[in-house]
Design a protein around this ligand. Sequence first.
Ligand SMILES: C[S@@+](CC[C@H](N)C(=O)[O-])C[C@H]1O[C@@H](n2cnc3c(N)ncnc32)[C@H](O)[C@@H]1O
Length: 236
Amino acid sequence: MKNAGKNVVSAHRGLTRLFYNLMGRFYDQLYHRLIRGYVESAETLMNDLVREGDWVLDIGCGTGLLCYLAAPKAGGVVGVDLATGMLQKAIKKQSNDQRVYFVNGDALRLPIQREFDCCVSAFMLVMLPREKRWQIISEMNRLLKPGGRVAFLTSRPEFGEQWMSAEEWRNGLRSLGFTGILVIEKDDVFLNIVASKPPEDGQSAMPYIPTQDWILDPGELDGDASFDEGVPVLVS
Ligand SMILES: C[S@@+](CC[C@H](N)C(=O)[O-])C[C@H]1O[C@@H](n2cnc3c(N)ncnc32)[C@H](O)[C@@H]1O
């Protein structure tokens, strides 16, 4: 994790595409298998996030990890990625009964018009300069239904300055109008972030309730969340 996002591929989208086109065949073995806790963190996040019938958008979906975790409950899932090599691997995992769709495209110019209940991204934003990351999160916000949720799977800032701190996440998400911001530490490595787009008048927000075994520092909770018997409950 330490050098992820720092290498030369992050400097240029053409190189990113080339690198991940080549990585497609090996990615699951090298990352999902070898990085302890990667898949488990993703599983916990998606289990807690996705509700029955939700439409889910995964930005930088790669070989489809988050897409296929969302699929059993989701009404539909759309995964977007720059690299066809990664998407080919993702498509190979598809079964007929799943409403999982893959789009080859750039997150900075999302070729998508529908609205989603959840927009998620794992280990992709770190590849881009900070201002571009917030440009993509603004796009996710635009494609999110009122009351919908965003979630990010990422690494903790101790691993290098390319990883955003909890404060940076909170300030950035707040400035885009998100509420119920939770920054959750998972194992020694991961930082998972969840936030909600405010619902429209008269609509109630769907709380995100993290699984109990997640390490959650109450100090990390946003002002609009409270604890109910140890389980954080979003109140707005
Ligand atoms: C580290 S991989 C993570 C893949 C997947 N989210 C996972 O966790 O298994 C980063 C992915 O982001 C994709 N990516 C990087 N920049 C992108 C962009 N501008 N638009 C869309 N996808 C991008 C890469 O092609 C790669 O598949």
